[in-house]
Design a protein around this ligand. Structure first.
Ligand SMILES: Cc1ncc(COP(=O)(O)O)c(C=O)c1O
Length: 382
């Protein structure tokens, strides 16, 4: 075991990986004078679509704006109910609120922490218009079961794949490539980053045209800058951000592989630590795309004290994730504690550990040893 000389250094929760190629392409954009909706944006869309194996992809300013345009493309609005998970990042419910649709939360599967299709089935009623599954922490949602449910009831599907680029589902298909509208996000902690940015995979050419128009103030492709065919937004991605995106797609396979390597190191090292349950990496044909490394602490462990212990030793960690049905704008719809026991228990006991592709074996060891020590277990030599 290599013991690197980093005992005193801080270990962050996440760390983007940008280098010479990002600089080169960003410089190309700066020198081109085309800073938005230029050739680099189109190239980013083409290259990400090719990587995913889909016909088309529409770049937007964030994962949240991708979700918002997806909700509009599906026509969800006032009076409509959409089945979704309470164990997510808040944007996956907010995007429904923007359009006046109601998020109907359904509890999650205790292993994958994704929307449980059996619970979703029991929540369908005459007002249900759609399903918004989230591939949480990069683990693929139960898409075949959810699509069957949608098919039976004529529901639309919007996949929130913001945390899951490269995840593979139980039918061996990559997230976002099933023909549903699907969204990706490229904030700096994601598997690939443009700083801020997002992408939406359209369900066909008509949807693509609508998305491209709505991200650009309602201008169709053949319209002048001051023409507007309908309501739109400024959800454009700058070509400078797209330059980072092109460079990141070029190395995406390697970024994902290196994240998976760090995850398997964690799994090995944490096997010896009592009171820590590691996340599932794969099941049948399903493969997680590693976004964060979130462990579940035993019920009796004091999570805040654990975070404080790690923090005092220069190791970042975070309670992950708060249940979104308990935020004020969702409580207004009547949601309360105790309604989704599986999600709430996961939320109460989960802890995100430092996780990024450049993490060294020595850093993983240090995190695991300090975690063991926080839990009152003797530090072991790795
Ligand atoms: C599941 C999920 N949905 C949506 C988003 C929103 O993406 P963004 O922060 O790019 O708006 C995120 C990003 O953190 C996310 O994790």
């Amino acid at each position: 075991m290599r013991l690197d000389n980093q005992q005193s250094q801080q270990i962050p929760l996440a760390q983007p990986e940008v280098g010479a190629r990002e600089e080169e392409l960003a410089l190309e954009v700066l020198r081109s004078g085309r800073l938005s909706l230029g050739p680099m944006g189109e190239r980013f869309e083409r290259e990400l679509a090719a990587w995913l194996g889909v016909e088309d992809a529409v770049a937007v300013s964030s994962g949240t704006t991708a979700l918002h345009l997806g909700v509009r493309a599906l026509g969800w609005g006032p009076g409509d109910e959409v089945l979704t998970s309470p164990f997510s990042f808040v944007a996956s419910a907010n995007c429904l609120l923007y359009e006046g649709a109601k998020p109907v939360f359904c509890d999650v599967d205790p292993v994958t922490l994704n929307l449980d299709p059996a619970v979703a089935r029991s929540a369908v009623n005459a007002r249900t218009r759609g399903i918004l599954p989230i591939h949480i922490f990069g683990y693929p949602a139960a898409m075949p079961e959810l699509e069957a449910l949608a098919g039976e009831h004529g529901l639309g599907i919007l996949e929130d794949a913001c945390e899951a680029i490269g995840a593979v589902d139980s039918e061996g298909r990559v997230a976002g490539a099933r023909g549903n509208l699907a969204t990706f996000a490229f904030y700096a902690n994601k598997q690939m980053t443009t700083g801020e940015g997002g992408m939406i995979v359209p369900s066909g050419p008509e949807a693509a045209a609508r998305l491209r128009s709505e991200r650009n103030q309602g201008r169709a492709a053949d319209m002048g800058w001051l023409d507007h065919g309908g309501l739109g937004f400024n959800y454009r991605l700058s070509d400078l951000a797209a330059a980072l995106g092109v460079a990141q797609v070029e190395k995406l396979d390697s970024l994902l592989e290196r994240r998976a390597t760090v995850a398997s190191l964690y799994e090995q090292r944490l096997a010896a630590v009592e009171g820590v349950e590691v996340p599932v990496a794969a099941r049948g044909s399903e493969r997680r795309s590693w976004f964060v490394y979130v462990v579940r602490l035993a019920d009796e462990v004091d999570r805040d004290a654990t975070i404080a212990h790690l923090g005092a030793r220069g190791i970042a960690s975070k309670a992950y994730l708060p249940c979104i049905h308990l935020f004020p704008q969702l409580r207004e719809l009547g949601y309360r504690e105790g309604q989704f026991p599986v999600a709430e228990a996961a939320s109460a006991h989960s802890l995100a550990l430092p996780f990024f592709p450049a993490m060294s074996e020595g850093q993983v060891d240090r995190v695991c040893q300090e975690l063991a020590s926080a839990l009152g277990q003797p530090a072991r030599q790795g």
